[in-house]
Ligand binder design. Sequence first.
Ligand code: PGA
Length: 252
Amino acid sequence: MRRPLFMANWKMNKTADEAKAFASDFTAPKAADAVVFAPFTALPALKDAFANSDVAIGAQNFYPREAGAFTGEISLNMLSEYHVRYVLVGHSERRQLFAEDDTLVAEKYTYAAGKGFIPVLCLGETREERELGMAQTRCVAQLNAVFENLKAEDLPEEIIVAYEPIWAIGTGLTATSADAEVIAGALRNRLTELYGETIAEQARILYGGSVKSENSAELMKEKNIDGALVGGASLQADSFQALIEKGCGFCD
Ligand code: PGA
């Protein structure tokens, strides 16, 4: 049985003080894992604030090199000083606003896995791709770009994939849970083809895109959806907590 997983993606929000306030208001869920992807400047505060908590810390970005002349970038080694274990890879905002393509996404995923981090692969279709009936093909292609050349022995300790339809991010629109399940199922089938059933069944597939306490339970009822990657509704401890609790009504 896969343990549910709820991830907060704060994006470019929260000072260190605001992060600290969130941490003191938020209680780690018992029936699920929780990870907070904070901006870099809030990581030191979270390292202390979550030191005795089961909430894990994630970073929203990194550059896949050890060190060197990469102005403005940050290495995994630097992030590990702040107990960062998870890193986002392939978020649509990075793909669209910062021109990260499938090649770089695959490179970052493989690099992070090789360094003992747990990369969270984000993927999803545009509205136009959905309207053209290409959603599934597009998502599986993004999955293939990362995993087709990655041997089972080079996989990270956990496989986590977040299906986030681009048209649903920050818009208030959500895929129906049935539509999300179709894509999540297709992603798991592809992982089965690549790595076999045991590995694919352990992979956690999340949904992301305007998840809130009103729809988390519905999404979590689906067989292949194991949690959520949450932007807007993760910024307040109480709304993130409520979303997890509602979702977890279907966790056990
Ligand atoms: P949202 O963002 O929950 O605000 O739609 C999700 C995400 O971008 O990960």
